[in-house]
Design a protein around this ligand. Structure first.
Ligand SMILES: CC(C)(COP(=O)(O)OP(=O)(O)OC[C@H]1O[C@@H](n2cnc3c(N)ncnc32)[C@H](O)[C@@H]1OP(=O)(O)O)[C@@H](O)C(=O)NCCC(=O)NCCS
Length: 182
């Protein structure tokens, strides 16, 4: 199987935030940043997998500080971990005030992309080889996230099936009980 080092997966992209990206407060729409994150994840994963990738999931996205119109947004993407066909990308976003040169971190997101072959089916990707301490930490965190996501998805589907099978009275009792396990 083909292997690639973590450091070889780094992708850098930048985009100027123009007025059409503004929300009603004059800051940049969160959705504009999500779109950039998705593009950066696409480039990072597809370059690594050497084929088209589709977005399978976004992990939680927190915005720590607003991005201003007129700022230059820098995105740094890298592959933390890859399963058989899925590629876990980590995208760091920084906003630069181009007049003062000051730069601040606005968010970091984990986006899972899946490599797709010519028939539209998931296809195998290279194995990722972490080399330094930070890459090894990110690899292990990525692997545990990959495993937890699979377990969580299965548990959620089972919980949904149990709830769907309940009567309305049983559902009312659960709501009244404030239960978190069902
Ligand atoms: C993502 C997609 C290709 C997965 O297809 P699937 O038939 O479920 O494929 P599989 O069950 O074989 O899973 C393939 C891989 O995707 C991963 N995967 C599937 N759904 C996932 C999810 N929601 N989150 C993270 N990974 C996911 C699996 O873990 C597996 O990874 P692995 O091969 O590394 O173990 C399919 O759900 C799809 O096409 N989704 C739409 C993607 C898209 O169009 N995105 C843009 C939205 S506008």
């Amino acid at each position: 199987m083909k292997t690639k080092t973590s450091s070889s997966t780094v992708v850098r992209m930048s985009e100027l935030m123009t007025p059409e990206n503004a929300n009603f407060l004059g800051k940049v729409f969160g959705g504009a940043i999500l779109s950039l994150l998705d593009k950066a994840a696409y480039v990072t994963a597809s370059r690594f997998a050497e084929t088209v990738c589709v977005t399978a999931s976004f992990d939680r996205v927190d915005f720590h500080s607003p991005v201003e119109v007129g700022e230059l947004v820098h995105l740094v993407g890298r592959v933390d971990f890859a399963g058989r066909t899925s590629v876990q990308t980590r995208i760091e976003v920084h906003a630069e005030n181009i007049h003062s040169g000051t730069m601040r971190h606005t968010n970091t997101s984990i986006i899972t992309m899946v490599a797709i072959d010519d028939a539209g089916k998931p296809t195998a990707v290279p194995r990722i080889v972490p080399e330094n301490h930070d890459e090894k930490v990110r690899y292990l965190l990525g692997r545990s996230r990959y495993r937890m996501n699979r377990t969580r998805q299965q548990e959620h589907a089972e919980r949904e099936a149990r709830l769907e099978a309940m009567s309305e009275t049983e559902l009312d009792n659960l709501i009244a009980s404030d239960a978190v396990e069902f």
